[in-house]
Design a protein around this ligand. Structure first.
Ligand code: TYD
Length: 209
């Protein structure tokens, strides 16, 4: 029986998502912080294939199914056991990434990608999703100025692709208006963090999740 709280964090590349999540996890010491593939061996192996820069021939449906497969393994091995124990789970990216990147930006269709993901997640949708919103141009600028950052296969996509990712997320914001909360990530890290904590504290207090 699920009785924990499942919170996911989403956003286009360069939104500062990962930095903010680490700051949030510092405040919620009892929460479990994870990210797909979350150190789960099988999921890590799948992910390596997806993000390998030499896999230029990868078909978009193959990519979508591999993400769903990695997601399933991470969910079953790590997320579900923590929720069953009643813990708060903070997860960096989940199903909405697939809907925005594969469903919308790659053009597979949000509904089609949702269908294969429903098989993978089996009703286990997040209780709350924080979406860090950043205009694609600004996101790309931030990535390019962060020289130490590892470049993966999806980072190599052009601005047009990232523009579509952003549009995809905005479709999801409308579609899942009760679940997804938008936070403007073009501001300073401190401002974004403060607003994120405010949203999380309000929602957790209400437990109206
Ligand atoms: P990740 O390593 O989590 O990078 P980031 O720090 O940007 O979150 O994700 C790698 C890339 O994979 C990122 O560009 C988003 C993409 N992605 C998808 O296309 N579909 C998915 O289902 C997921 C989880 C990620």
């Amino acid at each position: 029986m699920k009785n924990g709280v499942f919170i996911t964090f989403e956003g286009p590349d360069g939104a500062g998502k990962t930095t903010i999540i680490n700051m949030v996890a510092n405040e919620f010491k009892d929460a479990m912080l994870t990210r797909e593939p979350g150190g789960i061996d099988i999921a890590e192996q799948i992910r390596r294939v997806i993000l390998d820069k030499s896999n230029t021939k990868m078909d978009p449906r193959t990519e979508a199914m591999l993400y769903a497969a990695a997601r399933r393994q991470h969910l079953m091995e790590k997320v579900k056991p923590a929720l069953d124990e009643g813990r708060v789970v903070l997860c960096d990216r989940f199903v909405d990434s697939s809907l925005a990147y594969q469903g919308y930006a790659r053009g597979l269709g949000i509904d089609e990608v949702f269908t294969i993901n429903q098989f993978a997640i089996d009703q286990m949708m997040p209780d709350l999703t924080i979406y860090f919103d950043i205009e694609p141009e600004l996101g790309m600028q931030r990535i390019n100025s962060n020289k130490g950052r590892e470049v993966n296969r999806l980072d190599l996509e052009n601005l047009e692709f990232h523009q579509k990712v952003w549009e995809g997320y905005h479709i999801l914001l409308n579609r899942f208006a009760d679940r997804i909360v938008r936070i403007d990530a073009s501001r300073t890290l401190d401002e974004v963090f403060t607003e994120t904590m405010k949203v999380l504290n309000e929602r957790l207090k209400q437990r109206a999740l």
